[in-house]
Design a protein around this ligand. Structure first.
Ligand SMILES: *[C@@H]1O[C@H](CO)[C@@H](O)[C@H](O)[C@H]1NC(C)=O
Ligand SMILES: *[C@@H]1O[C@H](CO)[C@@H](O)[C@H](O)[C@H]1NC(C)=O
Ligand SMILES: *[C@@H]1O[C@H](CO)[C@@H](O)[C@H](O)[C@H]1NC(C)=O
Ligand SMILES: *[C@@H]1O[C@H](CO)[C@@H](O)[C@H](O)[C@H]1NC(C)=O
Length: 579
């Protein structure tokens, strides 16, 4: 290389450095913020225009708001704009929110209310207090309902709470937090794994608090009699305490209480959401319950709205329920100054269940994230073998079978893609995306379990071979048709099992021995799923469930939590973008 040339390179790089330093200086001196043209709900320091944008420079406005460059803040902070259904003529909803607050006059609020005889002056006073605190929620001081002695505000009640996202006073909107930019790595804890024998017995102390970003406690129920939240196991309260104690070791960990699950069915959910008084009682009671036990959020795991004991119009009432729950959670957060409770749902991936069960576009606006249960696509309830959690459709799958997959096959040729638009319906994650759910709220599920079958004939052992029932139950999970990941490891130490990888899109494996046939996933399969999450800007991965991994590291000889550790770590540290 000539000397001249290297000098030139030196000149280029040093001038770039000088330029960069100047720009960085400019950045620190004038922190003016610009709305991102392609998506005005995001903004960035304007100085970066000259530096070049990268995805880490972006901040995000709260949901439903956009960045106003003149005001230099996220605008449309009024509640009526946050919720389009709350137009200025719709005072009822605003009133409901304020009533969530004032119908529980305890501590501060109680004193305030008893200080004033005239309801109008109460209202005015509260209005002023809250306006000073930056909020807009107090519109009506008249409580609509009375609820025993319970209150959602009994802890650290303070009217002068910080209002964060909903404040008019903040000079700058809060940037999207570091935590929000991270992929969600969600792990379910089950309150029944404590009953397993020997080294499969699973207790909260087995959880590594740094393995996941969120832990969902499965499950609480809704009572068939009172229609309020209720515990399921005798020692649930002790387990709540022990799970939530993990936050002392990792303060960033979020814990969420899941309500429902397969065994609860639909009856109590359906009755509760259909009746406005029951809904209100449930919401108050549950918010109390969550705070009492130190949870950060609530997950609805209703399997499934509209079926299994539900009513055909469940989905409309489910939306109302979510809306009201969020309003109450916002109100509670404003009054107590505590962070708003997170709200999530675990939902079906099956097209028919989805279309009967959810108003996707509406609930996706309300919820913080949505766990799509992308597994159980095949099992011994059918009369042929099939994969538990195939990723893409295989080429030989047609008709309804073609829809029993997690995602559409994006790898196909364009022409096939076009044909598919006309001839195939959407399935799995694609239904949710197409119906308006923002990708960054969708979380793809990974089963830490296998589905097992009993073959009709030992020599017919391929995909779609006839079956006559459940495979043999596992020694620890003791449930026919089903094995945990660590039990699959245990079986695999026996060389008589034949293992077959299904490469053409499914990205799964199966294995068989005599008439036992088992469909399961491997780490290399999971790599493709993690890649799909990243490529499609999904919100993350969840695993069902912690106790079914080799949490002690004794069955798979690959350390503790080999599956969760190795699969969740495939997600990069941060999401590239929210766009
Ligand atoms: C009541 O709840 C249980 C679960 O706790 C469920 O199995 C049962 O079917 C429910 N009863 C009715 C009438 O649906
Ligand atoms: C399997 O079940 C389907 C209906 O669910 C039926 O049409 C088919 O004949 C069955 N096959 C066998 C081998 O039993
Ligand atoms: C398979 O096992 C489940 C319980 O795990 C049971 O409900 C079902 O009836 C069994 N199926 C057959 C065909 O035996
Ligand atoms: C064991 O763990 C390592 C990473 O720690 C991983 O690369 C490897 O694939 C795992 N082996 C198996 C058989 O899962």
């Amino acid at each position: 290389m000539s000397r001249q040339y290297s000098l030139f390179i030196l000149f280029l790089s040093s001038s770039y450095l000088v330029y960069y330093q100047l720009a960085a200086q400019q950045l620190s001196q004038s922190p003016r913020l610009c709305a991102f043209r392609n998506n005005p709900s995001q903004y960035y320091p304007c100085a970066l225009d000259s530096l070049g944008l990268n995805s880490w420079s972006f901040y995000r406005c709260p949901d439903e708001t956009i960045f106003d460059e003149i005001l230099q803040q996220c605008s449309k902070t009024a509640l009526s704009d946050l919720y389009p259904s709350l137009s200025s003529t719709d005072d009822a909803q605003l009133e409901r929110i304020s009533n969530f607050i004032v119908s529980h006059p305890v501590s501060d609020a109680r004193r305030l209310i008893t200080d004033f005889e005239d309801p109008f002056s109460i209202k005015k006073f509260l209005h002023e207090r809250v306006e000073r605190a930056g909020g807009i929620f107090w519109s009506n001081g008249q409580p609509l309902m009375e609820l025993d002695e319970k209150s959602i505000f009994d802890s650290k009640s303070s009217i002068n709470s910080k209002l964060n996202y909903f404040s008019y006073e903040h000079p700058y909107p809060p940037p999207v937090s570091e935590d929000e930019l991270k992929y969600k790595k969600i792990c379910y804890f089950t309150n029944w794994a404590q009953y397993r024998s020997g080294s499969a017995k699973f207790e909260p102390e087995h959880i590594d608090p740094f393995l996941c970003t969120h832990i969902i406690y499965a499950f609480a129920y809704i009572s068939n009699e009172t229609f309020l939240i209720r515990k399921v196991e005798d020692n649930d309260e002790d387990l709540y305490r022990r799970v939530n104690a993990l936050k002392k070791r990792n303060p960033k960990l979020k814990t969420i209480l899941g309500v429902g699950g397969w065994n609860m069915k639909s009856y109590a959910f359906s009755i509760m959401v259909h009746d406005s008084a029951k809904r209100k009682r449930f919401i108050f009671d549950t918010i109390n319950f969550l705070h009492k036990h130190n949870f950060d959020g609530f997950e609805v795991d209703w399997e499934y709205p509209g079926i299994r004991g539900g009513l055909p119009d469940d989905k409309y009432y489910l939306t109302i329920f979510f809306q009201e729950f969020k309003e109450a959670a916002i109100a509670q957060s404003i009054v107590t100054g505590q962070p708003r409770l997170l709200m999530a749902a675990a939902v079906a991936a099956n097209a028919e269940v989805v279309s009967n069960g959810y108003e996707i576009d509406k609930i996706a606006k309300i919820l913080d994230f949505i766990n799509i249960m992308t597994y159980d696509f095949h099992g011994a309830w059918q009369n042929h073998t099939g994969l538990n959690a195939p990723l893409y459709r295989r080429f030989d799958e047609t008709g309804p079978e073609a829809m029993l997959n997690q995602v559409k096959n994006e790898n196909m040729l364009m022409i096939i893609g076009l044909l598919r638009i006309f001839f195939f319906e959407d399935f799995g994650v694609a239904i949710w995306l197409k119906s308006g759910a923002p990708a960054h709220k969708l979380v793809l599920g990974i089963p830490l379990f296998a589905r097992t079958f009993l073959l009709a004939h030992a020599d017919q052992n391929e995909l779609r071979s006839p079956t006559i029932g459940n495979g043999t139950e596992g020694p620890y999970t003791r449930s026919a048709g089903f094995l945990s990941y660590f039990e699959v490891c245990l079986l695999q130490s026996d060389p008589q099992w034949t293992r077959i990888s299904v490469p053409d899109g499914s990205e799964s494996e199966y294995m068989y021995k005599n008439r036992d046939w088992i469909a399961y996933d491997t780490l290399s399969n999971i790599q493709k799923r993690a890649a799909y999450v990243v490529a499609n800007n999904l919100g993350g991965l969840f695993v069902w469930s912690l106790d079914m991994d080799d949490f002690n590291g004794i069955f798979c000889s690959n350390g503790t939590y080999p599956f969760i550790r190795n699969s969740l770590s495939l997600l990069p540290a941060n999401m590239a973008s929210y766009i």
